[in-house]
Design a protein around this ligand. Structure first.
Ligand SMILES: C[S@@+](CC[C@H](N)C(=O)[O-])C[C@H]1O[C@@H](n2cnc3c(N)ncnc32)[C@H](O)[C@@H]1O
Length: 252
């Protein structure tokens, strides 16, 4: 069963660096919880923009800002917590379970995570599990690749993909893995009404720990001797096949 993985960060996307924070402050569609500025940072333009928006600016040590931005990131002594209204812990989402869930397992390229968030949201997927460990963090690169959709995507948070797999199974979701070598195809397989689809990492695919929870596998058929698709492309094919099925069902 999933451990308690709720974190205050489950409500926010952290944007760091001067330009991304200024852009977030300039975007009136976003709700900014607060701006955190390093004690030694001079940033009059950010202070002005925050004041105009009525956003609280807190001071912290440069080390604290670095830790909160995720060590090693180019934070430039400033970050902002942007409210992501649909982002929540997986455990909370399972109280009123969405029909379709995507589980990202080991997808480490921010551009792929961002594109998946954008595509899956556009296809009406009810939840996209982005584990904190092993998957690219929800940072400005992800936000950029999602064209800003990351702020409003139905992101579900947990600690690891295997923890999510366990929680989803316990909540009655069969886990269907996507793999290029699966015999059944996403276009012809019988898929349960409520289902969690697992997308694997760029190099190693679905991890062995998560594989153990997968009950069925589906592939997207490929020609030309191609070994696999980019994971965001695979997600797009899957998501819009689900849209097609749902529309076909409504027509019946
Ligand atoms: C680049 S692929 C990983 C390739 C990796 N060498 C492997 O062994 O799986 C990343 C993920 O995209 C999905 N994927 C890529 N091509 C696919 C296909 N043709 N059918 C179904 N899923 C695919 C799978 O979930 C896969 O784990």
């Amino acid at each position: 069963m999933a451990s308690d993985t709720a974190s205050p960060k489950d409500r926010f996307l952290t944007v760091y660096g001067r330009k991304p924070v200024l852009e977030a402050l300039a975007d009136r569609t976003l709700t900014i919880d607060k701006v955190l500025l390093a004690d030694n940072a001079r940033a009059p333009e950010i202070l002005r923009a925050a004041r105009e928006r009525g956003v609280a600016v807190q001071r912290a040590t440069p080390q604290r800002v670095k830790v909160l931005a995720g060590n090693g990131k180019q934070d430039q002594g400033v970050l902002a917590d942007v409210v992501a209204p649909r982002m929540r812990p997986l455990a909370a989402a399972l109280a009123s379970p969405p029909r379709t869930v995507l589980l990202l397992d080991g997808i480490t390229t921010p551009a792929n995570v961002g594109m998946i968030l954008r595509t899956a949201t556009a296809a009406g997927v009810g939840g996209i599990v982005v584990p904190r460990r092993g998957v690219a963090g929800l940072d400005p690169l992800v936000v950029k690749a999602s064209a800003g959709v990351a702020f409003t995507a139905p992101v579900l948070r947990c600690y690891t993909a295997v923890e999510a797999a366990e929680a989803l199974r316990a909540a009655g979701y069969p886990l269907v893995g996507l793999a290029a070598d699966a015999r059944a195809t996403v276009f012809s397989a019988e898929l349960p009404q409520r289902c969690a689809f697992v997308l694997g990492g760029e190099t190693n695919g679905v991890s062995p720990e998560v594989r153990a929870h997968v009950s069925d596998w589906v592939s997207i058929p490929m020609a030309g001797g191609v070994e696999s698709l980019n994971v965001a492309s695979a997600a797009a094919v899957l998501c819009f096949e689900l849209v097609r099925r749902s529309e076909a069902q409504q027509r019946r």
